[in-house]
Ligand binder design. Structure first.
Ligand SMILES: CSC[C@H]1O[C@H](OP(=O)(O)O)[C@H](O)[C@@H]1O
Length: 345
């Protein structure tokens, strides 16, 4: 394990790692336990990886895709049925298109006759490429920020949500390294608290000046002139630039527009779904209401109240100042810009 770990950390070049691959098994940092505890889940089947994704032990669009790719490798090495592994992984969560994108790459290797060894190489390539892409996103995104930027971000888009470095939080990391960031305001991101538990943990570890705020406080900070830019991640970007991301993102985009604050989306090209014309067709995951009625395992809501728990929403392209991907900055945001920057026109 230690040799694999060191080789992997050398490969990805990041300190915070949501997963460690050792031939025949995938170790996942259980993000449900952070920041209070650092516990690892050992997954020895595609089904176990799928359950880890479904239960959000591992989460974040790129990280979901990478974990699923290794789930395919585990079952291939064990001689289990390829289609069964692919199906159980595809069914784990509906919104993040990176899951479909990564499994599509693995399917391509398999259909071309690739065995377990080639599949393992493809999964490792997806992981290493993701970190490289995130660093490019960081460079492109940092250049958009003013000196002394005060940035608001939502959910967790850091190393924990990717193969390393992060997307929106990757821009923050890169901009901070250039001395461009004065402070990061992280929303707590109810109900799963990715901001309070995960983003805050990453920012504190990196020594980046940061402040946690309630989700409902974001608009007033904008109104008080405390925010220079909003940067969020994405789970699926439609062909016209409409973007699905953590619930509450659309609200932030509306408030940013009201206060003429640039609203940026950061995502690798594997988050774009050109088969989906607009945000109206993006499947939005609804999770059990129990997640809303409880906090840290304690019931908080009145007994008898019903709960509605969509965990993503869609921000129309018109509210997005730019989408930053590893191939460049898409601005204005629309179908032609998406196709041009992705090299499709
Ligand atoms: C780097 S994309 C991370 C993306 O995924 C999060 O959702 P979840 O924590 O439910 O997987 C959120 O939408 C982030 O923007």
């Amino acid at each position: 394990m230690s040799s694999d770990t060191s080789s992997q950390s050398l490969a990805t070049g990041t300190t915070v790692q949501p997963m460690i691959w050792s031939s025949g098994g995938l170790r996942l940092l259980d993000q449900r336990r952070l920041p209070q505890a650092t516990e690892w889940l050992d997954c020895n089947s595609a089904a176990a990886v799928a359950e880890a994704i479904r239960s959000m032990a591992v989460r974040g669009a790129p990280a979901i895709g990478i974990a699923a790719a290794f789930g395919i490798v585990i079952d291939a090495q064990a001689g289990r049925d390829y289609a069964a592994a692919e199906t159980v992984l595809l069914q784990s969560r509906p919104t993040a298109v990176n899951l479909h994108w990564a499994l599509g790459r693995m399917r391509g290797v398999f259909d071309a006759g690739g065995g377990a060894g080639r599949l393992e190489a493809e999964a490792q390539a997806i992981l290493v490429e993701d970190v490289t892409q995130n660093r490019r996103i960081g460079e492109f995104g940092a250049a958009l920020l003013p000196q002394g930027a005060r940035v608001l971000t939502h959910c967790n888009t850091g190393a924990l949500a990717t193969g390393g470095h992060g997307t929106a939080l990757g821009i923050v990391r890169s901009a901070h390294a250039e001395g461009r960031v004065e402070r990061v305001y992280a929303t707590e991101t109810r109900p799963w608290l990715q901001g309070a538990r995960l983003t805050a943990w990453e920012l504190v570890q990196e020594g980046i000046p940061s402040t946690l705020i309630a989700d409902g406080a974001a608009a007033s900070l904008m109104a008080r002139g405390m925010i220079d830019a909003v940067i969020v991640g994405a789970d699926r970007i439609a062909a016209n630039g409409d973007t699905a991301n953590k619930i509450g993102t659309y609200m932030l985009a509306c408030c940013a527009a009201r206060h003429e604050i640039p609203f940026y989306v950061a995502a690798p090209s594997g988050t774009f779904d050109l088969n989906t014309d607009s945000g109206a067709q993006i499947p939005i995951e609804e999770r059990v209401g129990e997640e809303l009625l409880h906090l840290a395992g304690q019931r908080t809501a009145a007994i008898g109240i019903e709960a509605l728990n969509p965990v993503f929403d869609v921000t129309p392209a018109a509210l997005i100042a730019a989408i930053v991907c590893e191939k460049g900055v898409i601005r204005p945001v629309g179908r032609s810009g998406v196709e041009r920057v992705l090299g499709l026109s």
